[in-house]
Each structure stands twice: as structure tokens, then as C-alpha cells.
Design a protein around this ligand. Structure first.
Ligand code: FAD
Length: 293
């Protein structure tokens, strides 16, 4: 694609990046790690705006929320003590499952979401964490829930805006999470991925639950009917199996070079059950530790 590029910019701030984006109109494109962009064959691009020096590589606490700058790399997420400690480390684990070491050193969180792939590995745990995306354009900044960010296959609400950061709000007390990925190889993109989050009440019933799935529909999704089924109930093997089957029925997987839709649907069931089971085990372990104090 690079033979069509007339200018490459490296702005030192978000403001400058936004001005360049506006000046370049439809012919300018943001680039972060470039790991998705370089494999695209979009010959309409004339100007590249490299945002990796615009001050968006950070992981910070903001009150009870955690905010992550858009150009934070997968390697930085994978190795960050704060992200490894957050929600049982599901986001760190998803980042560590993105491609090879070389890819993870370049690939960014913002790029993973902006690309709009239903198989984006970080989108699934972020959905389970109720994350929000902060977008910026010349008019200012706005925050939208990740659930509203995707508008269709490879389509997002980012449009001509810049993803500035991702915010993860305060997590439910005592909540426990799990992320599961199935790929053909350790460095391949997901055939299916699943994240689950659980909070139990003092009677061991489900007080809060999140089930998110990737690579199973045009966009990453929440399995809302499966979540509803579990709400207020005590989890046992039969209910977990029913929830996993419900999650599979909410998905609309496709046949492609990596796997058939039938295989994917079977794997959604397995991964959902595994993710819920692991989150439940973590809850029970915590309960035992609290009881022993
Ligand atoms: C060999 C290989 C293996 C891979 N394996 C995986 C995998 O296992 N899991 C996975 O999820 N992905 C995988 N990927 C895809 C890719 O690495 C990720 O999606 C990565 O996070 C993209 O980030 P980037 O910074 O490289 O994006 P770029 O390529 O720089 O940008 C991607 C798109 O997002 C736009 N963009 C980038 N940043 C912003 C921003 N802040 N605001 C607005 N728009 C923006 C760009 O304009 C472009 O359209 C793989 C890619 C390769 C080449």
C-alpha cells in the first residue's frame, strides 16, 4: 500500500493529530502499530498520521476507574502489574494471546478496537468489564460504552474520530473473571473467544454476570439471554450447560477458512461453560479464603 502515500506525519499531541486528520479529509488515515493497516490494500490513502507520539501510551487509575491510552501496546498490557491485577488479569491474558511477540510489541489497544474485527481479542474481556471508549474530534471528546461502539461487520462508531482511551469503570466487589481463547495455533487470531464475569451474593446466587463472545457474529457480542438465565440463580453443572447452550444460540458464526460455523457453535458452548466454571471457582476460592480469615 505504501506506494500511494504522499506524506507521513508524526504529531506530538492529540490536538495536532486531529488537525492533520481534518486537513487530510478522506485521504488521511491514522496509523498506530500498523499491524492491521499494512495488510489492508486501501489505495485511497495519501497521508498517514502516526499517533504513537501523541501522548496516548499510558495505563492510569482515575478514581476507581482504570484508563488505558489508545496507543498502549499489547506487550505493555500483558506486562503491566496493574492490568495483570485487574479482574483476574483477563485483559492482560487477552493481550498476551494477540499474535506473536513481534506483533504484540507493535499492536495497540486502540487499533485492535478501531479495526472493527469481530475477533479482536481485547474486545471480549473489555465487554465483560463494561468498558467505555473515549473518542475525540475537532468538536471535543465523548465517551461511549463498548456495547454501542460496534455498528456492524468491521464498522465502528469511531468513523473520522480518534480513539483516545479506553476506560474500565469500578468493578463489582468480589467479582471474578475468566477469558478463554481458541485459535488454530498459539499466535493465530481467535476461532472463538469468551470472557465471563461473576459476582455471587452471600447465599451463593448470581448477583452480577457478564458473558462476552468474540469471532462468533459480525461484532463482538454480549450473550444477554444467557446472562439473564443465570441472574439470581445458584450455579450447578446443569444450569451452566444451559447457559452455554443459550450463549451458542445467541451467536451467528460463519464458515470461513479457519473453521465451520458448526464447529464454532460447539466451541462457543465449550468456552462459555469453561469461562463461567473458572469464574465460579475463583469466586468459591475467595469465599473460602474470606471464611478462613
Ligand atoms: C500476524 C498477525 C497476527 C495477529 N494476531 C492477532 C490476534 O491473535 N488477535 C487479535 O486481536 N489481533 C491480531 N492481529 C491483528 C492486529 O495485530 C491487532 O488488531 C492490533 O491490535 C491492531 O493494532 P495496530 O496498532 O497495529 O493498528 P493499526 O494497524 O495501526 O490500525 C488499524 C486500524 O485502526 C485505525 N486506528 C488505529 N488506532 C486508532 C485510534 N487510536 N483511533 C482511531 N483509529 C485508529 C487505523 O486507521 C486502521 O484503520 C494480528 C495481526 C497480524 C498481522
Amino acid at each position: 500500500m505504501f506506494d500511494t502515500i504522499e506524506a507521513f506525519y508524526r504529531p506530538g499531541s492529540v490536538r495536532e493529530a486531529l488537525r492533520l486528520l481534518q486537513d487530510g479529509k478522506n485521504r488521511a488515515r491514522v496509523v498506530a502499530g500498523g499491524t492491521d493497516l499494512v495488510v489492508e490494500a486501501d489505495r485511497s490513502i495519501r497521508f498517514l498520521i502516526d499517533i504513537t507520539h501523541a501522548g496516548l501510551s499510558y495505563i492510569r487509575r482515575k478514581g476507581k476507574a482504570c484508563v488505558i491510552g489508545a496507543t498502549t501496546t499489547m506487550a505493555a498490557l500483558e506486562n503491566s502489574p496493574a492490568i495483570r491485577a485487574l479482574a483476574g488479569g483477563i485483559l492482560a491474558r487477552a493481550a498476551s494471546a494477540c499474535g506473536s511477540v513481534q506483533i504484540r510489541n507493535m499492536a495497540t489497544l486502540g487499533g485492535n478496537l478501531a479495526n472493527g474485527s469481530p475477533a479482536a481479542d481485547t474486545a471480549t474481556p473489555l465487554l465483560a468489564l463494561d468498558a467505555e471508549v473515549v473518542l475525540a474530534d475537532a468538536r471535543g471528546r465523548r465517551k461511549i460504552p463498548l456495547t454501542a461502539f460496534y455498528s456492524g461487520a468491521r464498522k465502528t462508531k469511531a468513523g473520522k474520530t480518534l480513539i483516545v482511551e479506553v476506560a474500565i469503570p469500578a468493578l463489582p466487589r468480589g467479582g471474578r473473571w475468566s477469558f478463554q481463547k481458541l485459535g488454530r495455533t498459539a499466535s493465530d487470531i481467535s476461532l472463538v473467544n469468551a470472557a465471563a464475569g461473576l459476582q455471587l451474593d452471600s447465599q451463593g446466587r448470581v448477583k452480577w454476570v457478564r458473558i462476552a463472545l468474540g469471532a462468533v457474529a459480525p461484532t463482538p457480542i454480549r450473550a444477554l439471554r444467557a446472562e439473564e438465565l443465570l441472574q439470581g440463580r445458584q450455579l450447578d453443572d446443569e444450569l451452566l450447560a444451559r447457559a452455554a447452550a443459550t450463549a451458542a444460540s445467541e451467536a451467528s458464526p460463519i464458515d470461513d477458512v479457519r473453521a465451520s460455523a458448526t464447529y464454532r457453535r460447539d466451541m462457543i458452548r465449550e468456552l462459555t461453560r469453561d469461562a463461567l466454571k473458572k469464574a465460579l471457582l475463583h469466586c468459591k476460592r475467595q469465599e473460602r479464603e474470606d471464611a478462613g480469615k
